[in-house]
Design a protein around this ligand. Structure first.
Ligand code: NA7
Length: 532
């Protein structure tokens, strides 16, 4: 038997080289720690390395979907559009790697297979497909939306043409010219890519399970005056956004939707629709807590769909029935309009389910749809998928998969009892996907860095969430979610998109109170964590 290659002994191992892993490396290395980052991709960028489908772009505005840890960096970097494209975000991350000399501590094309904690030494042994190493701290920066979900449709292996997943797009791109294309799924990735695929393809058939609400992006080149204004007071702009519920600059209306008359409501929604983007969801204060309030926003969007889509039957199929915002709200450029094109067909798989994939098409209950290629825009095993893909074992050899069999359990989404010195960045139980990810990532990395510095200053070597603190936090996360309309539909926030996944609401709603709680825990000597 060959001995596994030894990759060294480090203070910290970081899994993943996306926004989270890159900043974790920089921050921990600046503190004097020896750090090694393992990244499965052949390049850095995480989400923005993998998701190269046509139209892939961020739906948080570029001036705030960026790091703030270095004012020089945020002053010198110039975004070109209101919403940055995937190539521009990747260029930004490559710039970061270069500017902060990060590459020398990143092992690309290296997949972490397992991480096992040794109680005697209080160290983690991290095994990868290229060798193993040990570390005092293991920082999971593997991404919330990284582990792709491809439905097991009978016959898929017999399909003669190429298949693609939006989250694993070929680097060389795909030319759909003259092709008959199937897109399965109508989440954010589908909503961004469908208009562009439709322009190229000879025929596009969209297979929709749940229609989604989408707000126009009204993307445009960034106005130099806006950039100048933000850059003149960047810290203030960041501070203000951090006070908002989602940690992003969506203007929050403090009024209830039911407190104003119909004309006022329509005016507010129309203004937000014209402005574009996710800020539509903060039109009123109670859209995610009150069904009647929510219905007014949902009706507004359904009305827009009817105005945009000429065929009334297609408009009806595209009209979501669930609570608006319950599934991630989407932002688009010409999505609903695309269904007016003569080369686009919409199939509702609820009334006409896909029964099998044939070598040259898809057979639904009612018809055979001949296609040359299939695009799976079917999303991810969100929040826990990439963590549970690794064999993570804590005290007593207990595996995380076993511990989370009924759903993830964490304290603050940062740590989990029984797994000392294991930190999760934007883990389940933290605002993560319900917030602007980049500030959330920075907040977590800074907190982790502070915690490690605290341990070191006291000559301690281990930190572990207590079971009691974890239980209380899980109960609190559920209580907050139960006070909203989020649990009322089958979203990936609940794991409902992956067959067999336990139905548990995973993110924590409310960026400002969450940050306050983390700061309070740190100030009280890491209350709820056992230090030794
Ligand atoms: P999403 O938002 O999870 O969307 C996946 C889509 O695929 C969604 O419409 C699903 O329908 C659909 N889906 C999943 N499985 C199936 C099967 N078996 N049959 C038909 N349709 C299916 O992933 P995205 O990549 O679009 O976006 C992920 C996040 O990235 C997004 O929220 C933003 O935060 C950025 P369903 O709704 O489950 O009925």
């Amino acid at each position: 038997m060959t001995q596994p290659r030894t990759l060294g002994d480090f203070d910290a191992v970081v899994v993943g080289a996306g926004f989270a892993g890159l900043y974790a490396l920089h921050r921990l290395r600046t503190m004097g720690l020896s750090v090694r980052v393992f990244e499965a991709g052949s390049g850095i960028g995480g989400t923005w390395f993998w998701n190269r489908y046509p139209g892939a772009r961020c739906d948080i505005e570029s001036l705030e979907y960026s790091y703030q840890f270095s004012d020089e960096l945020q002053q010198e970097w110039g975004w070109s559009e209101r919403y940055a494209t995937q190539p521009e975000i990747l260029r930004y991350l490559e710039h970061i790697a270069h500017r902060f000399d990060l590459r020398r501590d990143i092992e690309l094309s290296t997949r972490v297979l397992s991480a096992h904690f040794d109680e005697a030494t209080a160290r983690w042994t991290v095994a990868t497909d290229r060798g193993s190493c040990t570390a005092s701290f293991c920082v999971m920066a593997a991404g919330c939306l990284s582990s792709t979900n491809t439905p097991r449709i009978p016959g898929l292996d017999r399909f003669a043409g190429p298949t693609y997943h939006t989250g694993r797009w070929p680097h060389e791109g795909v030319d759909f010219t003259g092709q008959r294309v199937a897109v399965i799924g109508t989440g954010s990735s589908a909503i961004q890519s469908i208009p562009l695929i439709a322009e190229e393809a000879a025929r596009l058939t969209v297979f929709q399970r749940t229609p989604n609400y989408s707000i126009p992006a009204h993307n445009q080149p960034l106005d130099p005056e806006v950039v100048k204004r933000v850059k003149a007071g960047y810290a203030g702009f960041r501070r203000e956004n951090a006070q908002r519920p989602f940690g992003a600059s969506f203007p929050q209306n403090e009024l209830s939707a039911l407190q104003v008359d119909e004309a006022e409501r329509a005016r507010e929604y129309e203004e937000r629709w014209q402005r574009g983007g996710l800020g539509f969801f903060t039109s009123f204060s109670d859209l995610i807590v009150d069904r009647d309030a929510n219905r007014t926003a949902a009706d507004f969007v359904r009305g827009k769909i009817r105005e945009i889509v000429r065929d009334a039957a297609v408009a009806e199929k595209l009209s979501p029935k669930q609570v608006i915002g319950c599934k991630r709200l989407c932002v688009d450029t010409g999505y609903y309009e695309t269904f007016n094109r003569p080369n686009v067909t919409l199939v509702d798989v609820n009334e006409d389910p896909i029964e099998e994939i044939l070598p040259h098409g898809l057979r639904t209950k009612q018809a055979v749809h001949e296609v040359d290629c299939i695009v799976f825009a079917t999303g991810f095993d969100a929040m826990t998928g990439s963590l549970l893909a690794m064999d993570i074992r804590g005290k007593g050899g207990r595996s995380l998969r076993e511990k989370w069999a009924e759903g993830p359990r964490t304290y603050l989404g940062l740590g989990t009892a029984g797994f000392p010195n294991l930190f999760l960045i934007t883990g389940p139980g933290s605002p993560s996907v319900l917030s602007n990810m980049v500030p959330s990532i920075e907040q977590h990395v800074d907190w982790i860095a502070g915690c490690i510095a605290h341990l070191r200053s006291r000559g301690l070597r281990s930190v572990e969430a207590t079971r009691a603190a974890e239980e209380a936090w899980v109960a609190h996360v559920n209580e907050v979610a139960d006070g909203t309309l989020f649990p009322t539909c089958n979203s990936w926030y609940l794991g409902a998109n992956v067959p067999g996944k336990p139905r548990v609401f995973m993110p924590y709603l409310g960026f400002p109170p969450y940050v306050e709680k983390c700061n309070e825990v740190a100030a009280k000597d890491y209350e709820g964590f056992a230090l030794s």
